[in-house]
Design a protein around this ligand. Sequence first.
Ligand code: SF4
Length: 332
Amino acid sequence: MTETPAKPAAKKTATKTATKTTTAAKKTTAKKAPARTAAAKAPAAKPAAAKKTAAATKTAAKKAPAKAPAKKAAPARKPESRVAMVRRARRINRELAELYPYAHPELDFGNPFELLVATVLSAQTTDLRVNQTTPRLFAVCPTPEDMAAIPPEQLEELIRPTGFFRAKAKSLIGLSTALRDRFGGEVPGRLEDLVTLPGVGRKTANVVLGNAFGVPGITVDTHFGRLARRFGWTTAQDAEKVEADVAEIFPKSEWTMLSHRVVFHGRRVCHSRKPACGACPVAPLCPSYGEGETDPEKAKKLLKYELGGQPGQRLKPPADYPGQPALPLAAS
Ligand code: SF4
């Protein structure tokens, strides 16, 4: 699967798109009431509004007859039903599809073998660092046969920038040997075969199946797990349980693109430590609104990659990516 490099005009488009998106995000956030679900936290009232409310309360208290019956406390909101949660989840997916029509895997690859190797290398590091490392690696080892035959020390040197290079080199030589000896030098297109390869778990297998073979799969990485919990789609911490919970909410046909959209959102807006809630277009649908920065201007500054006007993670992004390509290792 060969990806086309971004056009030179991408920079301009990216800035435009980012500005447009964040403005739209701001508008949407301001327009829609963020507290739509039972668990949702209401945004802080504006000072002027708060002042007005306080004055109104004072006047009302003055006017109220001394013996006015005490008002009943508002009944607690009902917990969200399963049907309502599923509807809300699917709306989030639709909104994310509008926000990221160009969502894609953020690893550079040209064929299933390169994607498999890049995914193994992406453990404990960023896709950017993998993308900056693989051009040299694939120039030396373009096939499983080449990688199975390379001296381990040479492979370790080639993949050193991705960290944990000794363990990763061992996995890559092991999986390349298995591909050569058991699968005729081809990457198998079945989950049960992929997970038998050294260093390949369900997550890696799903990435390869979804993006190189068109088999629907949910990829639960750190971003997907975090957002699935923030959206209230699951309470599980375990990746396989998260995958199973999310699989029950969405039709199979959506699984691969849903994974990309959610991961895109996690990397750009809904960060682990400081989510940019005030610039988040799905805030009205998110029960975790308020976990991060709610001030629109401050939140806007937290946006990353094309939404923040910065280079992306891929050196060779797909043609429809509106941002700038990542810089090679030497230039970054
Ligand atoms: S940024 Fe805030 S509002 Fe948006 S998805 Fe994350 S927690 Fe929810």
